[in-house]
Design a protein around this ligand. Sequence first.
Ligand code: PEP
Ligand code: MG
Length: 889
Amino acid sequence: MAKLIYSFGFGRAEGGAKDVEVLGGKGAHLAEMAGLGLPVPPGLTVTADACSHYYANERRLDEELKKQIISGIALIEGETGRRFGASEKPLLLSVRSGARVSMPGMMDTVLNLGLNDETVEALAEDSKDARFAWDSYRRFIQMYGDVVMGLDHEAFEEILEDEKARRGYELDTEMAAEDWQEVVEAYKHLLDEELGAAFPQDPHAQLWGAVGAVFSSWMNARAITYRQLHNIPEHWGTAVNIQAMVFGNLGNSSATGVAFTRNPSTGEAALYGEFLVNAQGEDVVAGIRTPQSITEQARIDSGADRPSMEKLMPDVFAELRAICARLESHYRDMQDIEFTVERGRLWMLQTRAAKRSTRAAMKVAVDMVEEGLIKHEEAVSRIDPSSLDQLLHPTIDPRVNRQVIGHGLPASPGAATGAIVFTAEEAVAAAEEGRKVILLRVETSPEDIHGMHAAEAILTTRGGMTSHAAVVARGMGIPCVVGAGTMRIDIRNEQLIGTGATLKKGDVITIDGSSGQVLKGVVPMVQPELSGDFARIMKWADEMRRMTVRTNADTPADARAARAFGAEGIGLCRTEHMFFEGERIHVMREMILAESEEGRRRCLDKLLPMQRDDFAGLFCVMHGLPVTIRLLDPPLHEFLPKTDGEIAEVASAMGMEEKAMRERLDALHEFNPMLGHRGCRLAISYPEIAEMQARAIFEAAVEAARETGAPVVPEIMVPLVGLRSELDYIKARIDAVAEAVMQEASMAIDYLIGTMIELPRAALRAHVIAEAAQFFSFGTNDLTQTTFGISRDDASAFLPTYQRKGIIEHDPFISLDFDGVGELIRIAAERGRRTRNDMKLGICGEHGGDPASIHFCEEIGLDYVSCSPFRVPIARLAAAQAAIVMRAN
Ligand code: PEP
Ligand code: MG
C-alpha cells in the first residue's frame, strides 16, 4: 500500500527536511523540528502524491487515504490526550497547504476544525473560556463556509458588522460568549439560505471537506498565476498538513507571531520579528492588526510604544531565541519561523529558509562564512543571480532635500518613482502602456499579485514586515513600503492623504524601500555602490568560475559601465547601432540609396572616420581586453525613411525625384526581412561596406594601441553565415584590408575572423565553417528564431498563450531551449572543435545573461558568455555557480 501520510509528534517524525518533494516545505520542516525534539503540535502530512491522486480521481479522496489519515489522527489523540469529535476534551485540527516551494497566501487553510454544536461546549468547559470557544466556532464556520463551501467571506463579515452595530460595539473584542453564539446561528442560517446546505456537524465530514478544499486550492486562479510567475510546475501538487490546534487567542498570556533569525531586509545578525497578543496565527500574516516587535531593540529602533515580547513574556521569549539559534545552526541558514504561545507555552508552527532582500542575502552569506557555518562555495551558491538586479537598483541621492509626505516600514529595498494607482488592474493596464506606476493599497492580498508584478513599487498603509505585500515585494525584488500609518488612502475618491499633501490618482510619488519614506514627486537617484559584501561574494565567485564574462556594448559609455560591473571583454558590438545617430543616418541612407558602387564608396568614405572613432573609443575603454565587432547585420531598409515627410526630406537632400525615391524604396522592400537581405548577405552584395568597416577597425586598433600602449587584437565577426563559401568570400576582403592597413601603419596587427552561429545549417556544418572561422559566437536570438521558425518580432502575440496552455514552460527567447536549440549548439561546438581544437566559443544572444542558459553553456564547455552591461554581475555569479555544480558532478 502506498504511504500517503507521514506522522510527527513529540520527539518523533517519520519524515524530515530531506523529504520536501514528498511532504512539501511546511510538512518536511515540521517533521524535522519534531524530530529535533522542538515543541511542535503533533500532526501528520498528507503527501503531494496524494494530491495528484485526488486530481486523477476526479477530485475525490479515496478510502485508503481516509484510512491512513484516521490512523495518523489516532497518534495525535494519543499524544494530546484529546479525541477528535469527542464531547469531552475534543481534539481540534488545523488543515494547511504546503507545496514544495512556499507560495505565500496562495492556497487555503482551515483552522479550528472539529468544532460543532456539541464540541464547542466541551471546548468552553475545557478552556474555561466560553467566549473564546464560541469565537473559535464562528471563525471556523466562517473559514469553512468560505474555503470549503464556497460562500464569499464578505457575506460573513457583513453579518458580523451588523451584529456589532446592533449592539453598539466597535470592536470584536467587545463581543461576549452569548453574542458569538448568536453570530454562529446567523452564520449557519446564512449557509442554509445562500447555499441550501447545512454546515456539517460531523467532524469527519468536515475533515474530508477541508482536505479536498486544500488540494483544490492548488488549482485556484491565484495559485496558477503565482506558479506561472515563479516557474513552478503544476504537476508538483501540494501536501496537506493536519495538526493539533494550539491557540494564540486564549487571553493575554497567549500570542502568535513570526520571526526571522536575522533581519530579512539588512541581513543584520539579530533576531527580528513581530507578534500579536491574544490573536490567531493568520492575523499576523494578513496584516489586519499592526503587530508589535518581538525584541526590545527593534521596538526602540522603530520608536514603537507598545511593549516587545521580550518585555511582556521574557521566559517564552528566551525559549524562542534559543530555538531560533538552534534552528539556524541546524539548517546552517537563516530561518523564517511561525510560532504560537498558548497560555505561556511556546509552540513552533513552521520554519523555512527565510526569503530575504539581496542585500541581506549577501550579508548573511558573508557573515556565515565568517561564523564558520558555511564555506565560500556555499556562500556563492546561495545567492540567486537574478536577484542581483535588486542591488543594481538606484537609491535616492542623499544630497537632495526630501519632501517626506509619509513613512512606513522599509519592507523591500531600492527606490522607485511612479504615478499612483489604487488597484492591481490599473497597475497592469499602465504597465502595458509603458507607464511607470506605484501600487497603493491599504493592504495587499494574493488577488493583487499581477498588479504588484506590474508596478515599480508598492505602498501599503497597513501591515508589518511580514505582511503579504512585504513578503511578495521582497521576493520580486521591487521596492516596497508597508504599514505607512501616517498616510490614509481614500479609495472612494482615489486619494492619498499624507502629511501636508493630498495626492490624486496619476500624481507622482517616490518611495524609498530602504528607509520607509514616501516622498512627493520625482526625486534624483544615485546608482548603487558595488562594494562591501557584494564585492566579496563576487570576488569569491570570480575565483570559482571557469568561463569569462563579456558584455554586449556598442558605445564607450556602455563599455565603461560594463567594465565597472566586471566585464572582461566585449562579446558583441552591434555596429548597426552606430549608424542611427545624428548626421550618420543621412549618410547611411544616401549610401543605401546610391545606384552605383562609386556612389556608395563616396558615402562610405564619409562614414569611415566616424566608425574609426567609435572603435578607437571602445578599444581604449577596454584597454587590451578582447573586443568582438560584428559587421553590419540588419536589413538595409531599416535605415530608410518611412513617413511621407521623411521621404520628401531625403529625396530633396539627395536631389532625387520623390517618385524615383519611392521606386527605389519599393525595390528594397522585403516580405520577410528577418530571412532576407541581411547579415553576411549584405557584405556579399556590397563588399565595400565590409571593407570600410574592416578598415575602420584596423585603423582604430593601431590608434588605440598607440594611445594606451596595450595591443589590441580585434575579433571581426561575420553575421548570419550559413555557408563556408560566404565566410571565405568576406574573409578574403577583410584579410586584404588588414594587409593594406598594416603596410600603411608599418605595424603588425593580430586579429581573428570568426562567425556567428545563428542558422541551423551553420550549426550542422560547423566542422566545415571552422576551417575558415577562428571563433564562433552563438547568436541564440536568431538561432532560436530559425530553429523554431518563430519570428522573434512576432512571438509575443502567441508565446504567452503557449505558456498559459502548458505547451511550453519557458519563453525560448528568454531561457534557452536546451532540447532543440541547445542540441544544435552542442553539435556546433563539438564539430567546430573537431576541426580546430583551440577554437574560442561564446554566446552573445540574450541568453548570455540568463542563469539557466549560463549553466548550459558551462556544461558544454563554452569559453565565455556575453550579455548586456547590467547583467554582467548576474552572469559572473551564475557562471561561478555552474562551475561549482559541474565540479561537484
Ligand atoms: C543573436 O541573433 O543572438 C544576436 C546576438 O544578434 P542580434 O540579436 O543582433 O540579431
Ligand atoms: Mg542575430
